[in-house]
Design a protein around this ligand. Structure first.
Ligand code: MG
Length: 158
């Protein structure tokens, strides 16, 4: 068994879509980023890469590379899952927490879980996604940004 951790944060700005686990969340701001800024997809991808010691998302898909401009982060997550499988691992489960004051994410959590599960080739029952506020404190509390934490557990195929 191998465990990995991922973290990501993005600035919330007007004129951008808020993408979380491939779901476009209706909101007056979205995450600023070179890709589509999907903070959840990025955190989970880094957890997978961390567990398999395959580096990190930023070195795989650098934000200096125009190929990844406005990239679909769920597609990048799928590529990371493929890399993890090629290295001889299967994904057992992932668990993630999104930290943002607004919008409320409860109505979207199930769809997000299904999207992530589909990209990882696992069952939605093996994907935990929670949303938390930081009670008004800090950049996730004052609306400046959004953050996500993730853990991934991998099992050796051999
Ligand atoms: Mg990111």
């Amino acid at each position: 068994m191998r465990i990995g951790h991922g973290f990501d944060a993005h600035r919330l700005v007007e004129g951008r879509a808020l993408m979380l686990g491939g779901v476009r969340i209706p909101f007056d701001r979205g995450s600023l980023g070179h890709s589509d800024g999907d903070v959840l997809a990025h955190a989970i991808a880094d957890a997978l890469l961390g567990a398999s010691a395959l580096g990190d998302l930023g070195s795989r898909f650098p934000d200096s590379d125009p190929r990844w401009k406005d990239a679909d982060s769920m597609e990048l997550l799928g590529q990371c899952a493929d890399a993890v499988r090629s290295a001889g691992f299967t994904v057992v489960n992932v668990d993630a927490t999104i930290v943002v004051e607004r919008p409320k994410l409860a109505p979207f959590i199930q769809t997000i879980r299904e999207n992530v599960a589909s990209r990882l080739g696992i069952e939605p029952t093996c994907v935990g996604v929670k949303a938390k506020t930081s009670e008004g404190m800090g950049y996730t509390g004052d609306g400046t940004g959004i953050a996500a934490h993730a853990l991934a557990l991998l099992s050796s195929v051999a």
